[in-house]
Design a protein around this ligand. Structure first.
Ligand SMILES: Cc1cc2nc3c(=O)[nH]c(=O)nc-3n(C[C@H](O)[C@H](O)[C@H](O)COP(=O)(O)O)c2cc1C
Length: 172
């Protein structure tokens, strides 16, 4: 798939079939996550892959009501920042680095015909705390986002989203 077409046609998918994602596709998605830019190339993220149904359900509960799509997802990935790796001159860049990884992963999934939705965790600290507890994460590992993946069980068309009034040329 052409990469621009991929970006323009991606949309969040929240309903999935029972089909599991092949290991090689999961690997491609993780690879895409790790292919993004990161501040001073700190690569300050880690990925926790979950396929066990019971754990996916617990992961959904930990992320609150908007994370219901995880309950029918084939695979969930908890994207985490690793504060021990982040750029010490401006440690908050870990948040941006993780966001880039998430975006790359959902785009990779779309290119592979796999649906996904980004489920925000950080900075909702109740969700951060619950994901931490669920997975017994070390202190320096901060849950940033969950991504639910699965083959689409819904059809969605990308609506026009370009807004000319959001763009300013040369001056505000
Ligand atoms: C930081 C962030 C957090 C999000 N959290 C949720 C969520 O908890 N539940 C959900 O269903 N969608 C969530 N989304 C997906 C957005 O709702 C979705 O991207 C937006 O409505 C635009 O739709 P689209 O992805 O189809 O373009 C999140 C997206 C982002 C970027």
């Amino acid at each position: 798939m052409d990469s621009l077409e991929n970006i323009l046609n991606r949309t969040s998918i929240r309903k999935y079939t029972d089909r599991q994602i092949a290991d090689e596709d999961l690997h491609r998605i993780l690879e895409a996550g790790m292919a993004g830019p990161s501040c001073v190339n700190s690569r300050d993220w880690s990925f926790l892959v979950v396929r066990d149904r019971e754990t996916l359900n617990k992961m959904a509960e930990a992320n609150g009501r908007p994370a219901q799509p995880l309950k029918s997802a084939a695979t969930g990935i908890l994207v985490c920042g690793d504060l021990n790796r982040s750029f010490q001159g401006a440690p908050d860049y870990w948040i941006i680095d993780c966001s880039i990884a998430v975006q790359n992963m959902i785009l990779a999934a779309h290119a592979l015909g796999i649906g996904s939705v980004w489920l925000g965790t950080w900075p909702q600290m109740d969700r951060v705390k619950k994901q931490r507890e669920l997975f017994g994460l070390p202190e320096q590992i901060v849950p940033h986002s969950v991504i639910a993946f699965g083959y689409p069980a819904e059809e969605k068309e990308r609506k026009g989203f370009y807004e000319e009034d959001r763009v300013h040329y040369e001056k505000w």
